[in-house]
Design a protein around this ligand. Structure first.
Ligand SMILES: Cc1cc2nc3c(=O)[nH]c(=O)nc-3n(C[C@H](O)[C@H](O)[C@H](O)COP(=O)(O)OP(=O)(O)OC[C@H]3O[C@@H](n4cnc5c(N)ncnc54)[C@H](O)[C@@H]3O)c2cc1C
Length: 407
């Protein structure tokens, strides 16, 4: 059994089992019957074929920030050793293994004056991030990470390896559904010609007026400026951090940000010209593993009062620009104006007074209901996904993720 696998195969009680099933998220962990520490794509194929032969469900983990449904049985494939990155500077593409983190792609692309459309946190797994869409630092300029994918290498529920390109139905189905259709072993995607950013943050005391000023400011911006507002409760007061990434001349960035500086008392100002390799400093996210719950909703409009007193960390992402352009993937709600993310230590709810258009699944920490999953997609896309699920994964082998029904 599993005799072709090169990487270790671990069972509960084995040395290394606990370490391998652990991730950045500490609230929940997978607890499978078997962990396959994949060393290459052949190991992934062998693991899925084994699961198919024995009717076992399959979970996948890269860097472990995005756990939704913890596996209590079956096979967990860990992909951290699939860590090769190849940059093709002529085609301006990167090909990466399933376990590569954004930091590795950013560093490999930079010598060619190129950058990936990566997110705020460079330790995230680039493949899982992209399979959930990937809403990044420069997303108003360049769209979702999923919009840039040119080739997917994956293993389907029956253990068959496939290579998918734009135009294949399964290619689109893989992008936005977080692994509901197969285990991706490698991705190829386009890079963008960005060497540096004018970016960083402005920190203010939080208030309803400040939120209103931020929202009004976003309506004045070109697509080259992407920003977010985080409301952060601290023991003595609530803080508001505006994060900015502008892929253009610094003087123009300064000019665009100037009105925002008048929005309140600036407690800290880290705006500067930076090489893209330092873009992880913009959001200053916590880098130690911890427990969290939360989710994200797309909105057409956002009344400031609805979030002004939230007890949780709340983040508003300004959408529009290139995010509104359709692409060969399942990302819904492209006409939304904002995305609201809530990150909580435990139970949380979408604040009252909002009219969510639907969910953004990459920010789903913990299981989503069937209605919440459906709400993430355009209705016609969702019908397509249900049909494809019935054809390609009728036994719901990939059930520890976005729950696409098969009937
Ligand atoms: C601090 C922080 C900041 C974040 N910032 C952003 C952001 O700016 N934009 C954004 O869009 N998202 C963001 N996210 C969400 C993040 O993109 C997802 O949680 C993503 O899944 C994290 O990657 P990971 O390698 O840690 O995932 P993991 O937890 O390892 O995997 C998450 C899920 O992806 C699926 N999966 C993993 N590997 C594969 C594979 N090879 N094939 C098929 N399915 C697979 C599985 O369902 C798995 O449960 C952030 C998350 C955190 C914690």
């Amino acid at each position: 059994m599993m005799e072709n696998v090169q990487g270790p195969v671990l069972r509960p009680g084995d040395n290394g089992y606990d370490g391998e099933r652990s991730g950045f998220q500490t609230s929940h962990r997978h607890h499978p019957d078997l962990v396959v520490v994949a060393a290459d794509a052949a190991d992934v194929r062998a693991a899925v074929a084994h699961a198919a032969a024995h009717d076992l469900p399959v979970a996948v983990q890269a860097a472990g920030h995005g756990l939704t449904v913890a596996a209590e049985e079956g096979v967990l494939i860990t992909t951290g050793r699939l860590d090769e990155v190849t940059i093709d500077p002529d085609r301006r593409t990167a090909r990466i293994g399933a376990g590569v983190r954004w930091r590795q792609v950013i560093e490999a692309a930079a010598p060619y004056g190129l950058a990936p459309v990566s997110g705020s946190f460079p330790d995230l797994g680039a493949v899982p991030y992209t399979l959930g869409g990937g809403l990044g630092l420069m997303s108003r300029t360049y769209g979702y990470a999923a919009d840039h994918v040119t080739r997917i290498e994956a293993v389907l529920a029956d253990g068959a390896p496939v290579v998918l390109t734009p135009g294949d139905e399964l290619f689109a189905a893989m992008l936005g559904t977080r692994g509901a259709f197969g285990v991706v072993t490698a991705l190829e995607f386009a890079l963008v010609p960005v060497e540096q950013l004018y970016g960083g943050g402005l920190l203010f005391p939080a208030s309803e007026e400040l939120i209103e000023a931020y929202l009004a400011w976003t309506t004045t911006l070109p697509d080259t400026l992407t920003s977010s507002l985080a409301l952060i409760p601290t023991p003595d007061r609530r803080l508001a951090a505006v994060r900015v990434a502008f892929a253009g001349e610094a003087a123009e960035g300064e000019r665009l940000v100037a009105p925002l500086r008048q929005a309140g008392e600036v407690l800290d100002d880290s705006l500067r010209v930076m090489p893209y390799t330092e873009s992880g400093s913009i959001a200053q996210e916590p880098s130690d593993p911890h427990g969290y719950a939360g989710g994200g909703v797309f909105l057409a409009d956002l009344p400031a009062a609805a979030i002004a007193d939230s007890p949780h960390v709340v983040q508003v992402r300004h959408l529009g620009g290139a995010l509104a352009k359709p692409a060969a993937n399942m990302m819904g709600h492209r006409d939304a104006a904002y995305l609201l993310q809530i990150v909580a230590a435990g139970a949380w709810e979408v604040p009252e007074g909002l009219r969510p258009l639907g969910r953004f699944l990459n920010f789903q920490y913990g299981p989503a209901t069937a209605d919440e999953v459906r709400s993430a997609f355009d209705p016609a896309d969702f019908e397509r996904l249900v049909r494809l699920k019935a054809t390609h994964d009728p036994a719901h082998c990939f059930r520890f993720t976005t729950a696409i029904p098969s009937i």
